[in-house]
Design a protein around this ligand. Sequence first.
Ligand code: SF4
Ligand code: SF4
Length: 79
Amino acid sequence: MDIWPIKWKLPDLDGLVVYRRMNMPAVIKGEDCTACGICVDACPEGSISMDDVAKVDPDTCIDCGLCVDECPSSAISME
Ligand code: SF4
Ligand code: SF4
């Protein structure tokens, strides 16, 4: 099975190179999200929007995992 991405890019975040690891976009568990907005600011692709809770656009998510690390409620996972 090919675990490498169909699409990928290399955004440069203040020297930190982040790349698409696998085709596993972030998923937010709505019931655990407190709508703090931290993940919206953390996402380098602008893939997270806020409504009542945060929501990821899987078409633009590059699977970098930064939002997973930043969420204080552990509401985000990579699927
Ligand atoms: S960082 Fe976590 S708790 Fe905060 S808005 Fe994002 S998913 Fe919700
Ligand atoms: S995994 Fe990266 S690109 Fe995808 S929503 Fe989280 S911070 Fe944004």
